[in-house]
Design a protein around this ligand. Structure first.
Ligand SMILES: [Zn+2]
Length: 102
């Protein structure tokens, strides 16, 4: 259990589970404030790769936009790359990796 440790007026330790607290972040794309839900903690809880200091959470609107872009790329671009030279594919991969998480 991840918890916040605070002290009451008598100096007694109070442990408040993170799941019971209101925790927020800002969408890295548009800046909208997002409340981190209990479902999110359940989702990342068992993920050993999860790093709360490096992770980003996108708002629903930005997530929808990005999914739309991914669908467009999948539908319109991937088919045209079937016969592209490997050097061109390597350049494209290098370019798109910068945007893989947006
Ligand atoms: Zn956003």
């Amino acid at each position: 259990m991840i918890y916040l440790k605070t002290y009451d007026e008598n100096g007694n330790i109070q442990e408040q589970p993170m799941i019971d607290t209101e925790i927020f972040c800002n969408c890295p794309r548009c800046g909208k404030e997002i409340e981190i839900s209990a479902e999110y903690w359940d989702f990342v809880g068992g993920n050993s790769d999860f790093d709360p200091f490096e992770s980003a959470i996108y708002c629903d609107s930005c997530t929808a936009d990005m999914n739309e872009m991914k669908e467009y790329i999948t539908e319109h671009i991937s088919a045209s790359l079937d016969h592209a030279p490997s050097e061109e594919l390597a350049k494209l991969l290098e370019f798109t990796q910068k945007y893989a998480n947006i």
